[in-house]
Each structure stands twice: as structure tokens, then as C-alpha cells.
Design a protein around this ligand. Structure first.
Ligand SMILES: [Fe+2]
Ligand SMILES: [Fe+2]
Length: 259
């Protein structure tokens, strides 16, 4: 894996980050605000508001000691902490509170601790993918300009995080092709859709209130999952333009631009 490239990416990404204008006038109908606020409060806690490191019992296997991977993981989690800061500003703007616990966050951390670091990294990757779908809808339907700017900033970071996961999986030889790859893809899709369902359960009310829909959200999720698998294929088989990962037809409609 090209560590230098990723350290440079995170260093570069710290620059040129226009802060949303949190003091801009606001006019959101109270009904929408009431649906949006709990969602933002929970996201502030879940997206960088918790431990700023890998917490699996064997996390040192992945980034122990003063290694370049440790530096990259620290930079990645620093960006996540930045998301919690931005979401905190949004919560404050809308008159909410910075919650410190929620059942979904407790379950999320328990799950990360209990499984090994390889599984924790997949849990985090899937969380980034389904959260990307959430932020896309929030930005698209945002009733508030600073909130939309915040989503754009977070989406920019998440794009880098997802690409980092792709590189680390590719360098570990995690091919989605062949029989083993097909099994990996099946569990990846299944876990991804399960994560998206959990997210929709807690945040569907918010997305629905601002004009989003369940089908729109899941369309984004399928797009993100499919695009990730495809980019992993391409990272491993850069010379094969015809590589076509397994795409269960009922999970994702294969799009022309994905091939
Ligand atoms: Fe994040
Ligand atoms: Fe992230």
C-alpha cells in the first residue's frame, strides 16, 4: 500500500475547508426541525463523537506501534472527529443538545469491540457507505444552506475514507472475483443492506420530513455498495476493462457507468 500517498492526501484535505456560515438566518418549519434534530444529534455522536481510534481487541494487529499505517488511521479518525464538530455546530444552530449516549451508538461500539480488527474495519467501511447515502439526501433536500455546506464537506472526506478502504483491501489481495470473492461480495452486500436498514430505522423520519424517500435512500446505498465493489475490482485488475463483479440483480441494477 502506498502510505505516502495517503498521508499526503489527509494532509492536503485539511486545507481549503470553507466553514459553513452557522450564523446565517434560518427559516425551517418547526415540524421539519423536530424530525431533523434527533437525527443530527445521533449522527454527531456516531460520526466521530466516540473513540477516535480502532477499538477491536486486536486493533494493534492492523496499526500497532509507530507505523505509517498508524499515522494514516490517526489522520482518518481526526477527520471523523471533525465531522462530530461540524454536526455539533449544526445541532447548536438548531437548538439541540450534544447527547453522549444512544442505544444505536452503544450497539455500534459493542459490535466493533467484540469482533476482530478485520471485521471492525468492514463495519466502519459499511458505516461510511450508508452514511454517505444519508448525507447525500440531507444535502439534496436540505432546508438550510449551512447544513448543505456541512454535508458537502463531510461527503468530500468520506469519499477519501472509502477510497482508503479500497486501497487497503486491494493491497491485502481481497479480490471480489472468483468463488471466494463471490462469497465475500454476498456477505458485503448483506451486511451493507442490514446497516442501511438500521440507519433508515433511526433516520428515515428525518430524511422523509425534508422530502427524501426510502427508495431514494436505498438507491443511493445500492449505488455506493456497487461502486465500491467495482472500484475494488478495478484496483486489482487495472488492465481489464471487461471486469464485471457479481451484482445480484435484485440488489443493484447494473448501470452503464459502473462497467
Ligand atoms: Fe464521518
Ligand atoms: Fe468516514
Amino acid at each position: 500500500m502506498n502510505y505516502t500517498k495517503w498521508i499526503a492526501h489527509f494532509e492536503r484535505n485539511r486545507k481549503d475547508r470553507p466553514e459553513p456560515d452557522w450564523s446565517a438566518p434560518m427559516s425551517i418549519c418547526p415540524k421539519i426541525l423536530a424530525a431533523m434534530l434527533p437525527s443530527l444529534e445521533q449522527f454527531r455522536l456516531g460520526d466521530g463523537g466516540g473513540p477516535a481510534c480502532l477499538i477491536a481487541h486486536d486493533a494493534d494487529r492492523f496499526c500497532g506501534g509507530a507505523t505509517p499505517m498508524r499515522t494514516i488511521v490517526d489522520l482518518w479518525f481526526a477527520e471523523e472527529a471533525g465531522h462530530a464538530r461540524l454536526l455539533g455546530c449544526a445541532v447548536e444552530r438548531f437548538g439541540g443538545r450534544r447527547i453522549t449516549s444512544h442505544w444505536s451508538f452503544t450497539a455500534f461500539c459493542l459490535c466493533r469491540r467484540a469482533v476482530g480488527v478485520r471485521c471492525e474495519l468492514q463495519v466502519l467501511l459499511l458505516t461510511e457507505l450508508v452514511s454517505t447515502a444519508y448525507y447525500r439526501l440531507l444535502r439534496r433536500h436540505s432546508p438550510d444552506a449551512p447544513l448543505a455546506t456541512m454535508c458537502a464537506l463531510i461527503l468530500r472526506d468520506e469519499g477519501g475514507h472509502v477510497a482508503f478502504h479500497r486501497d487497503r483491501l486491494a493491497s491485502a489481495g481481497r479480490s471480489p472475483l472468483g468463488l471466494g470473492g463471490a462469497l465475500w461480495q454476498a456477505q458485503f452486500w448483506l451486511c451493507g443492506l442490514a446497516a442501511a436498514t438500521v440507519l433508515w430505522t433511526s433516520h428515515g423520519r428525518c430524511l422523509g420530513a425534508i422530502g427524501g424517500s426510502r427508495s431514494e435512500y436505498f438507491q443511493e446505498v445500492r449505488h455506493e455498495l456497487g461502486r465500491f465493489v467495482l472500484s475494488l475490482c478495478r484496483a486489482l485488475e487495472p488492465n481489464s476493462g471487461s471486469v464485471r463483479p457479481i451484482q445480484p440483480a435484485y440488489f443493484v441494477p447494473v448501470r452503464k457507468e459502473m462497467i
